[in-house]
Write a new protein. Structure first.
Ligand SMILES: Nc1ncnc2c1ncn2[C@@H]1O[C@H](COP(=O)(O)OP(=O)(O)O)[C@@H](O)[C@H]1O
Ligand SMILES: [Mg+2]
Lengths: 218, 316
């Protein structure tokens, strides 16, 4: 296959990967951030100790994290149909990607929030800050560099997950590599795709690191 | 201003506070000293209910805090400032942002906040540093930010948990001087805990000595100094403890240049040998403590004379 033949395929696949990862990342942050906050706030020594609820959330998160993505993707097909009305195509991939990444990201958020200095939290409480103020004005801003680092790791993991999206017709770079590189023995396509993936991951990681460093005032 | 009575706090099996009573008067600097693990931090954290006592009551400015919960407690806390050993500043905010934090919590409008933050930073000597982040400041400057932040709500009471323990001696003195000034200028009542006797010496009017979750002795420093066998006196003065048999320890709180001992020597024809002693400058004035051995026929009369002249005479 010539470069001229390959280029449009590559563009399309990159775009598809970008769309899948982008939307999945947005939904993952929207859902995973509150879940991560809940894991910390409802914990035993937390702002609002509800150990039973925290344990239930913890189990759900662990189950989500222990399922291999490919299994999860198949297993939640009925749910996917319910949410987006179809089980194939890019939109249908965003659902399992999000479901797979939310528990992962929530744990990263939990870790970042636990890094926040206890003294600072208590100082805020001593100034009369209620739970909401502690979460919004202390926990989240203080943990922001760590949360950004968590988003970066999650985006890179999502890029990996999308390789399996071809199975349900989502397209993308992983799908391109499998269809051309593996099934049609187009080694060149395989190599170029892998290189593109590596470059994208590098760029994402560097941007994430840069942003996290910019936000950190330690 | 702060009344603590019958305060108990236990964590599982460990008893951190075992019945503590404290009475901090309006406008005084009150120090709580004691070794690590004595329960000082627990006591302080019970005063603003960061820790809910297992038993006992805490009254600040006439309000029983132990009876409050939720929003009412939060509102009461806004009138109690607190500073911390490791400053506890928000690294995500600038200096001005940190000082603004309690004002935001109180719902002060933005323009008013900005004006107030400027005033507070000037008050602690950090005018112009509002845009810096805490990591750009020295330890002493960070504590000044902590103090400005603690004063934002015009508190009647300031609580200090080892506020100078992480600072070098020079910086410690400048922070203590600032606290003294705020105490004098704003009439701020300060309750501070420390394990350093020097802090007590330089700024406290009253003191409580804690050990094993109990207050061993407490009261105005002058009163304690005049009490025989006071632990505070023994802690403050670097004399060997216990005193050797036959020695006499004299504590004098008046003008140290009064030649009382030599008068006694002349009047009663006794000999005196000096075993040790020093003069310490306390917040309420200087206090001297001298350990001597008298010999001669009229030693009892000499001691009575010294007692009559206002000296605390302890024999052993
Ligand atoms: N949150 C806690 N959980 C369990 N034990 C505690 C806690 N806080 C303090 N303690 C215990 O209470 C005692 C007094 O501690 P603390 O008030 O910090 O003493 P100090 O400030 O005088 O060093 C210590 O034995 C300490 O281990
Ligand atoms: Mg302590």
């Amino acid at each position: 296959m010539t470069w001229d033949e390959m280029a449009p395929l590559l563009w399309e696949a990159t775009w598809q990967t970008g769309v899948m990862v982008g939307w999945a990342a947005v939904f993952t942050v929207l859902l995973g951030l509150p879940l991560g906050v809940a894991l910390v706030v409802f914990d035993r020594g937390g702002l609002r100790p509800l150990p039973v609820l925290k344990s239930i959330l913890g189990v759900i998160v662990n189950v989500g994290r222990s399922l291999p993505f490919i299994v999860l993707m198949i297993a939640i097909i009925p749910f996917t149909r319910l949410v987006v009305g179809t089980t194939i195509g890019t939109a249908a991939v965003v659902v399992p990607l999000t479901v797979g990444a939310v528990p992962f990201f929530a744990r990263l958020v939990e870790t970042a929030l636990r890094e926040v200095d206890r003294d600072v939290i208590q100082a805020a409480q001593a100034m009369g800050a209620g739970r909401g103020a502690v979460v919004w004005k202390v926990l989240l801003p203080e943990a922001l560099p760590g949360i950004v680092a968590g988003v970066t790791v999650t985006v890179v993991a999502l890029i990996g997950y999308t390789a399996m999206a071809g199975t349900i017709g989502g397209g993308g770079l992983g799908d391109l590599a499998i269809r051309y590189g593996y099934q049609r023995f187009e080694t060149a396509v395989m190599i170029v795709t892998v290189v593109v993936l590596i470059v994208i991951v590098q760029i994402m990681q560097s941007l994430g690191d840069l942003l996290a460093r910019r936000l950190s005032h330690k | 201003m702060i009344q603590v009575s019958g305060l108990r706090k236990s964590y599982g099996g460990t008893v951190a506070l075992d019945g503590v009573d404290l009475n901090v008067r309006q406008g005084e600097v009150y120090g709580v000293v004691g070794q690590s693990g004595a329960g000082k931090s627990t006591l302080l954290r019970c005063v603003n209910l960061l820790e809910r006592p297992s038993a006992g009551t805490v009254t600040v400015a006439g309000q029983d805090l132990t009876a409050l919960r939720g929003k009412d407690l939060n509102r009461a806390r806004q009138r109690i400032g607190m500073i911390h050993q490791h400053f506890a500043l928000l690294s995500s905010r600038t200096v001005a942002g940190n000082v603004s934090f309690p004002l935001e919590v109180m719902g002060v409008p933005r323009a008013e906040r900005r004006r107030r933050v400027g005033e507070l930073l000037d008050l602690v000597g950090l005018g112009g540093r509002g845009g810096d982040h805490p990591h750009q400041l020295s330890g002493g400057q960070k504590q000044r930010v902590g103090i400005a932040r603690a004063l934002a709500g015009n508190p009647s009471v300031l609580l200090s948990d080892e506020a100078t323990s992480a600072l070098d001696p020079g910086t410690t003195q400048s922070i203590l001087a600032l606290l003294r000034r705020l105490n004098a200028e704003l009439g701020l009542t300060i309750l501070l805990i420390t394990h350093e006797m020097d802090v007590v010496k330089s700024i406290c009017d009253s003191v409580a000595i804690m050990s094993g979750g109990r207050v061993e002795e407490s009261g105005p420093i002058g009163d304690l100094i005049r009490t025989p066998g006071s632990r505070l006196t023994r802690e403050i003065f670097p004399l060997p403890d216990p005193a050797p048999a036959g020695s006499v320890t004299l504590t004098f709180t008046g003008d140290p240049r009064q030649p009382l001992v030599s008068e006694a020597v002349r009047k009663f024809d006794v000999d005196v040998s000096i075993l040790g002693g020093s003069i310490e400058d306390l917040a309420g004035g200087s206090v001297g403590r001298l350990r001597v051995a008298f010999s001669g026929e009229q030693v009892p009369a000499a001691l009575t004379y010294l007692r009559e002249r206002g000296l605390l005479v302890e024999t052993s």
